[in-house]
Design a protein around this ligand. Sequence first.
Ligand code: IMP
Ligand code: MG
Length: 168
Amino acid sequence: MLITEAELRARVTALGAEIARDYRDLRPVLVGVLRGAFLFLADLARAIPVELETDFIGVSSYGSGTRASGQVRITSDLDRVIQGRHVLLVEDIVDTGLTLAYLRRTLEARRPASLKVCTLLDKRARRVVEVALDYVGFAVEDVFVVGYGFDYDGLFRNLPHVAVLEGV
Ligand code: IMP
Ligand code: MG
């Protein structure tokens, strides 16, 4: 066990309140990065009591298992045109930063009014490229986590808490 259900709930509520203050009247588009961020986005959106829209972008970092190769591709794109919109990218975890750096470049090219990033977890020690994070749920050590959206080869996403997977 790394982060309990109660700790997740409390932190997500606090992040939601902070985001609500910053985005009041801006009608932001929350963009969840699939698949890992689907639970976090669902809880976060309910913790932000202002008008907002939600959308999703699917990315795949080639390869399975616990290590990303750094090569990213979009597997399903946004439904919306985000030009002129205030976009908040909602990520599950920033590890090497390669996925986020790619997403940022791709979404910036569509000229949103603003683009900020909210990540549930920040695994700082593993960073390969510097990426700016605007809202961070928890900082974590260099461990492999599962649960609350995080998977190992597709499994464990449905755990209600975040746990460390040992032996990988
Ligand atoms: P990046 O290395 O920052 O590009 O992160 C790539 C992706 O690897 C993340 O969005 C996660 O989907 C996945 N990932 C990184 N660390 C973990 C982990 O500890 N558990 C599960 N997935 C992870
Ligand atoms: Mg991911």
